[in-house]
Write a protein of this length. Structure first.
Length: 289
């Protein structure tokens, strides 16, 4: 099959080019003493600039913990988290975020909700009053058009469906031109057809803007469709048990997800997770944590 290739192992040592994120012997434990809960075992990971990385694994394996480490919402118990060449606390990168529930302020229009990051993040913040009805408004409308929401800028959140709100949420995450996009189960609450439509939209946005993307998902088909690299994690305390490139040709189509190579990748990922969940060592770790 010329258009598709199986995922291939890709060790950290093979990484080249600018680095967006580096975790170096990073671990996270919540609490102290006998009630302490190890969430993430010592993990080292490099994410090159512009890569689309998906984290998959069973619930509670530390996927969202890695996302929060990168965003600065959680501090490591040990090790270091480097983002944009500096420790994450230095906030070296502009970051966009989208989560499962697209929280919009109900009293603001979609346009106003999307432009909120421009009121907060420099250098846009200092220009907001002058540009909100000019260049910034045009930027918001251009993003809305890219996700199929042309003409909905003046609607309120309660007038849009869940899928439409998630499209607007992606616009809000991208409007301040982040170098990194953090996505935590952004399509988890949507029906399958809406999910697939949004996969294509997100792929197109990534191809157009090329931010570094870190996606947390339980959906293996979603990971394989969107990512250029997939890391599989073990049960808590999480660790990376497989790190593979995904070399399927882009732009990818939903039809491709039913082809043999794609199905084989999904099955391989599933088998890795099933074996990891059945590992007695992991069960012991979980029982004692």
């Amino acid at each position: 099959m010329n258009s598709m290739q199986a995922a291939t192992p890709s060790g950290v040592a093979a990484r080249t080019g600018p680095i967006a994120v580096e975790l170096s012997a990073t671990s996270v434990t919540f609490g102290r003493g006998p009630t302490a809960t190890p969430a993430l075992a010592e993990t080292s990971m490099i994410i090159p600039d512009g890569e689309f990385l998906a984290l998959v694994g069973p619930s509670g394996c530390g996927k969202s913990t890695i996302l929060r480490l990168v965003s600065g919402l959680v501090r490591p118990t040990s090790g270091v988290v480097i983002v944009g060449g500096r420790e994450v606390a230095a906030r070296a990168l502009r970051v966009g975020m989208a989560f499962q529930n697209p929280t919009m302020l109900p009293w603001l229009t979609i346009e106003q909700n999307i432009m909120l990051p421009l009121k907060i993040v420099e250098p846009f913040r200092s220009q907001f009053k002058k540009q909100r009805k000019l260049a910034f408004r045009d930027k918001a409308h251009a993003l809305l058009a890219q996700v199929g929401l042309k003409g909905f800028a003046n609607k309120f959140p309660w007038q849009l469906s869940g899928g439409m709100l998630q499209r607007a949420n992606l616009c809000r995450a991208l409007i301040h031109e982040p170098r990194m996009l953090l996505l935590d189960e952004p399509f988890g609450a949507l029906d399958q057809f809406t999910k697939e439509e949004l996969w294509t939209i997100l792929q197109n946005l990534w191809l157009a803007h090329k931010p570094t993307v870190l996606l947390v998902t339980h959906d293996l088909r979603e990971a394989a469709f969107l990512a250029s690299r997939i890391c599989v994690m073990s049960p808590r305390p999480g660790r990376v048990i497989d790190d593979s490139k995904v070399d399927f040709a882009r732009p990818r189509t939903i039809k491709m997800t039913f082809e043999p190579d794609f199905v084989a990748l999904n099955q391989r990922l599933r088998d890795l997770i099933v074996v990891a969940r059945a590992d007695p060592a992991d069960e012991t770790s979980e029982a004692t944590s």
